[in-house]
Design a protein around this ligand. Structure first.
Ligand code: 2NE
Length: 272
């Protein structure tokens, strides 16, 4: 695949596009792709760019190098006042915003994992729609060791993926799991040799791109709605509104308003 480099305005990430696929790469390999507030801000911006780019149908999240997908929050800039410090000293937990953006993005997002997906980096791959792992991938949480936890998607969505017992084991013991163990417990979708990781991920993305974007967006919203309460219902129902706006029946209401007349819905079926 011939990636076009769109990274110029970013400092902590790389951003590429090709063939309807956008790729967002955390580019801090010296700290195993730990994120600081700036990294997360840029990921949010790149994800928004990919979401609003009509040429893009699916998005890959990954980390630079072979050693890590992401090792979570950068502990070197973790402050004392409730978050990770940016350059002007403000404390952030903005990775939680990124998690929500990943969930609500109507385009499928694939985590491409080589090496460690640990801590907040592990939660990031979990909230992606699919995870493709290299044989050297290692998964786990560290929160209770390093004085942190993610009780949001990190806990409840994990339990949906692997079940309550396993989720409690992962969080309470802070062990690491290899790619095969992660596959066996339903944390990831497939394991491939490291040298085939991008090729296989792109193959999955190309297959996704052959399918109906509307069906994919409604399915993602439907699968989210099960876990996401009223926000999930809003996503799902928003798609129903979107589809309704595309119908003659929906357009009759708009047209009548604009033409200052009563709407006439007589010809539209009242299906059983
Ligand atoms: C990722 C892991 C297992 C890798 O181990 P290894 O042995 O391959 O590498 P090493 O030597 O530990 O790390 C290489 C360099 O990367 C830095 C290290 O400090 C080291 O740099 P130097 O000391 O040589 O200068 N590095 C790695 N991870 C870092 C991190 N997260 N922050 C800052 N520097 C990091 C191993 O490195 C590891 O266990 N890392 C820590 C994982 C972790 O605890 N992450 C935070 C969890 S909390 C979280 O992410 C979070 C949350 O719970 C809730 C909300 C938001 C965030």
């Amino acid at each position: 695949i011939e990636w076009k480099d769109c990274s110029e305005k970013y400092q902590d990430i790389l951003f590429h596009k090709a063939e309807g696929i956008a790729k967002i790469t955390i580019n801090r390999p010296e700290v195993r792709n730990a994120f600081r507030p700036q990294t997360v801000k840029e990921m949010i911006q790149a994800l928004s760019d990919a979401r609003y780019d009509e040429q893009v149908g699916t998005i890959i999240f990954t980390g630079a190098g072979d050693l890590a997908f992401c090792s979570g929050g950068d502990q070197k800039v973790r402050g004392d006042y409730g978050g990770y410090k940016d350059s002007d000293g403000t404390h952030h937990l903005n990775v939680l915003d990124l998690q929500r953006d990943i969930r609500t993005c109507p385009k499928p997002i694939v985590a491409m994992v080589a090496g460690y997906a640990i801590g907040g980096g592990h939660v990031l791959h979990m909230v992606c729609d699919l995870t493709i792992a290299a044989e050297n991938a290692r998964f786990g949480q560290t929160g209770p060791k390093v004085g942190s936890f993610d009780g949001g998607f990190g806990a409840s969505y994990m339990a949906r993926l692997v079940g309550q017992k396993k989720a409690r084991e992962i969080w309470f013991l802070c062990r690491q799991y290899d790619a095969q163990e992660a596959l066996d417990m339903g944390l990831i979708n497939t394991v491939v040799p490291l040298e085939k990781l991008e090729q296989e991920t792109v193959t999955w993305c190309r297959e996704i791109l052959q399918n109906s974007p509307m069906a994919l967006r409604c399915l993602k919203a439907a699968l989210n709605a099960d876990c996401d309460g009223q926000q999930g219902l809003q996503e799902l129902a928003g798609n129903a509104t979107m589809l309704f706006y595309m119908t003659e029946e929906g357009q009759e209401g708009r047209n009548a308003f604009n033409e200052k007349r009563q709407p006439n819905f007589d010809k539209f079926p009242r299906n059983p």
